[in-house]
Ligand binder design. Structure first.
Ligand SMILES: NC(=O)C1=CN([C@@H]2O[C@H](COP(=O)(O)OP(=O)(O)OC[C@H]3O[C@@H](n4cnc5c(N)ncnc54)[C@H](O)[C@@H]3O)[C@@H](O)[C@H]2O)C=CC1
Ligand SMILES: NCC(=O)COP(=O)(O)O
Length: 340
């Protein structure tokens, strides 16, 4: 039976609808998967018309499988507000319910504005937390996956902490949190990416990984002992770290651009906080990185970009990250997934 994938439109005032229709314009690469777009039919129609007027290839709504969730009011393109937030929440809510009921194997989410969710009374740090809550899982992680168009090498970065203030990062990190994130990452590398003995690099927190305690004590106090202890928990893995955060990204950047880094390159990187992991991901791969939620009972992927209200509705948005998100979902739906 072909895999069935739900695609949520994301914030209807953002670039989600346009990048989805552009990515689905040529669906040959879907390899027979069935895609259903969950969102407001009126938004899909309007987006198709405006892309057509601009001469941009887009999937024809009449040929798409859709589940219509009408807008709860008027929206203004490029303005996330209470109406667009209520709509994007309803799209994802329906997609999760149908997926948990067995109708879909994977959800690819369009970008939402967290501020619009808040305006609509939905107080979640992001889509990830809603997905985890509805799926009833307490252990989940935000993994970014990007395949280089230059070398074919794949960058995988898991964030140990996500949408919290920078001020709270050091107090939130702990050996227990790190153990839970590493366990998720190892399981994902084994089961979803078919990597038997992964090589993982773990970032330090402080400049120069603390310079032996002179520039911060977290490495000496618990991070180095924790990594040593994890090496005995996972004897078949290579665990390197804490790698000074500024130099951690040198080899992946070389591998991304097709240079041959000295020594073996890592299969995955464990970054300690949002911007430590995502600045390099976006600097290298903003047009094609995929945000994946690991630990869910189903597959979830999403483009790495947001709603881009500054360019919404003008035909300027690149659909590449959305296309990569769909392609990764297709690959992960296949149990013998290779090259994902
Ligand atoms: N997966 C998701 O649902 C995500 C949602 N967000 C949300 O999006 C909203 C806006 O966040 P920002 O930080 O402004 O990030 P953003 O990714 O929406 O925009 C950052 C910059 O990149 C450009 N850009 C983004 N996507 C593009 C594309 N496909 N093609 C060409 N240019 C593109 C935008 O025009 C803007 O200049 C926030 O509410 C944020 O929470 C942000 C990241 C991911
Ligand atoms: N920075 C990643 C991001 O904002 C995506 O969050 P989520 O909505 O997928 O939880």
């Amino acid at each position: 039976m072909p895999s069935r994938i739900a695609v949520t439109l994301g914030d209807p005032a953002g670039i989600g609808p346009e990048v989805i229709l552009m990515a689905l314009a040529d669906a040959q690469w879907l390899r027979g998967c069935e895609v259903t777009v969950i969102g407001s039919r009126s938004v899909i129609q309007t987006t198709y018309q405006s892309l057509s007027r601009l001469g941009i290839a887009a999937a024809d709504p009449d040929e798409l499988s859709t589940i219509d969730i009408p807008l709860p009011g008027e929206i203004a393109i490029a303005q996330g507000d209470v109406v667009s937030g209520a709509a994007s929440f309803a799209y994802l809510d329906r997609a999760i319910a149908l997926t948990l009921a067995g109708q879909f194997q994977a959800i690819v989410t369009g970008p939402i504005a967290k501020s619009a969710w808040k305006a609509a009374g939905h107080f979640y740090p992001g889509q990830t937390e809603l997905l985890a809550e509805r799926a009833g899982v307490s252990e989940f992680g935000m993994l970014f996956v990007a395949r280089s168009p230059h070398s074919g090498w794949t960058l995988r970065t898991l964030l140990a902490t996500t949408h919290i203030p920078l001020r709270a990062v050091a107090d939130t990190l702990s050996p227990d949190l790190m153990s839970r994130k590493l366990a998720l990452l190892v399981r994902c590398l084994h089961q979803q990416f078919n990597i038997a003995s992964p090589r993982i690099a773990i970032a330090g927190l402080n400049p120069h990984s603390g310079e032996q305690g002179q520039l911060g004590r977290e490495e000496q106090d618990w991070l180095i002992p924790w990594i040593e202890q994890q090496r005995s928990v996972y004897p078949s893995l290579t665990l390197d770290g804490p790698v000074p955060p500024d130099t951690l990204w040198v080899k992946p950047t070389q591998a991304w651009y097709g240079a041959n880094p000295a020594g073996n390159i890592h299969d995955a990187y464990l970054a300690l906080y949002h911007d430590q992991g995502l600045i390099p991901v976006k600097a290298m791969a903003f047009d094609r990185a995929v945000n994946t939620t690991i630990g869910l009972p189903f597959i979830r992927t999403s483009p790495d970009h947001g709603t881009a209200f500054d360019i919404a509705g003008r035909g300027l948005a690149s659909p590449t990250s959305m296309r990569e998100s769909l392609q990764l979902a297709v690959g992960l739906c296949e149990p013998q997934a290779v090259n994902v």
